[in-house]
Write a protein that binds this ligand. Structure first.
Ligand code: CP
Length: 314
C-alpha cells in the first residue's frame, strides 16, 4: 500500500509498513489534537462526506461523522436506514446508487452494506473513495484498524501477540478482518473458541496458514486460558441478524465471559469486544482492569477514523 490511500475495502489491502510508519503515528497525532484542542482541527475544511448505511450502526457511523466534523469537514448527506428508505426498495442497483451519489460531489462515501462483496462493487464504480463500514458477513476493515491500534496502544507493538477470538466466528465480520490484518505482523498466534456451528471459516484459516500465523481451536474459554494463555481476549456476539440461532449462555458458560473467567486470564491481558455486547460478557466484567471494550477501544475508533479521513482527504 505504498501509493496514496484511496478506498478502504478489505483489511488485506494494508501493509505492515503502512500501518507502523504511517497509520499508527497519524492516529496518535489525532489523539493529541483532540485531547489538546477539544474542538478538533480544521484539516478537512471544505471536504464533504456522504454517510450511507444499509444496516444499523451506533459506533461506526457516529465515529465517522464526528471525526469528519471534529476536523472541520461536513457530513453533506447521511442516512441510517438505506435498506428501507433509499431507492434500493424500488429496485435500484448498488452501482446506480453509488454513481448517482458521486454526482453530488462528495469527497468520500462511507457506507455499511447489506451483503458480502458489496464494498468492492461500490468501489469499482465510484470516482471518490469508498469506505467499507461493514459488508454483510464479509469484512469490517476500519474495525480491524481500530482494533490493532488498541493493541498497539496497550502493548506498544502488534508483533508477538497471542489473541483468543471467541463467539460467532463464522458470521462475525470483525474477527475476519482482524485475522487478515494480524496476518501482516510477526509471531502472531490465534486461539479460536466457538460453538461447533460457528467455527472460523476455511478462507481465513487458509490465509493464516499462508502467512505463517499459528492457530488452534478450543471448545471453551477456560480450556484456551489453560492451554494457551493470551495477551488479548476478543469476545464477539451471536450474529442473530444473519441467522445465527445458538445461545452462547446455554453451553455451561463455555463461551460467556464472566468475572471468574476474566480473573483467571493473565494479569497483563486485555479484554476487547467490537460491540454491541449482548449476553456474551456479563456486566461485572466491565469493571475488570483487563476490560478495554468500553474505554480505550471505543476511543481508538474515533482517533483511527479521524486518521483515515485525514490520510485519504487531506
Ligand atoms: N463495532 C461496530 O461496528 O459497531 P456498530 O455496529 O455500532 O457500528
Amino acid at each position: 500500500m505504498e501509493k496514496k490511500l484511496m478506498s478502504v475495502v478489505e483489511s488485506q489491502q494494508f501493509s505492515k509498513e503502512w500501518l507502523e510508519i504511517e497509520f499508527f503515528p497519524t492516529v496518535r497525532s489525532m489523539e493529541t489534537v483532540l485531547l489538546n484542542e477539544r474542538s478538533g482541527c480544521k484539516d478537512l475544511k471544505g471536504k464533504g462526506m456522504v454517510s450511507f448505511f444499509y444496516e444499523p450502526s451506533t459506533r461506526t457511523r457516529a465515529s465517522f461523522e464526528i471525526a469528519m466534523k471534529k476536523m472541520g469537514g461536513d457530513v453533506i448527506f447521511s442516512t441510517e436506514n438505506a435498506s428501507e428508505f433509499s431507492s434500493v426498495v424500488k429496485g435500484e442497483t448498488l452501482e446506480d446508487t453509488i454513481r448517482v451519489l458521486n454526482r453530488y460531489y462528495p469527497d468520500i462515501i462511507v457506507s455499511r452494506f447489506a451483503n458480502e462483496g458489496d464494498a468492492k462493487r461500490a468501489a469499482w464504480v465510484s470516482a471518490v473513495p469508498i469506505i467499507n463500514a461493514g459488508d454483510g458477513a464479509g469484512q469490517h476493515p476500519t474495525q480491524a484498524l481500530l482494533d490493532v491500534c488498541t493493541i498497539q496502544k496497550v502493548f506498544s507493538q502488534v508483533n508477538n501477540i497471542t489473541i483468543t477470538m471467541i463467539g460467532d466466528l463464522a458470521k462475525g465480520r470483525t474477527v475476519r478482518s482482524l485475522c487478515y490484518l494480524l496476518g501482516k505482523f510477526k509471531n502472531i498466534s490465534i486461539n479460536f473458541v466457538s460453538p461447533a456451528v460457528a467455527k472460523m471459516r476455511d478462507d481465513i484459516k487458509d490465509y493464516l496458514e499462508k502467512h505463517g500465523v499459528k492457530y488452534q481451536e478450543y471448545k471453551s474459554i477456560k480450556e484456551s486460558i489453560k492451554k494457551s494463555p493470551a495477551d488479548v481476549y476478543y469476545q464477539t456476539r451471536p450474529q442473530r441478524e444473519r441467522g445465527t440461532a445458538f445461545d452462547l449462555s446455554e453451553d455451561k458458560g463455555a463461551f460467556v465471559l464472566c468475572e471468574e473467567t476474566a480473573d483467571s486470564m493473565p494479569d497483563h491481558s486485555i479484554i476487547m469486544h467490537p460491540l454491541p455486547r449482548t449476553e456474551e460478557i456479563t456486566l461485572e466484567v466491565d469493571l475488570n482492569p483487563r476490560s478495554v471494550y468500553l474505554t480505550k477501544q471505543v476511543e481508538c475508533g474515533l482517533f483511527s477514523r479521524m486518521a483515515l479521513l485525514k490520510m485519504i482527504l487531506s
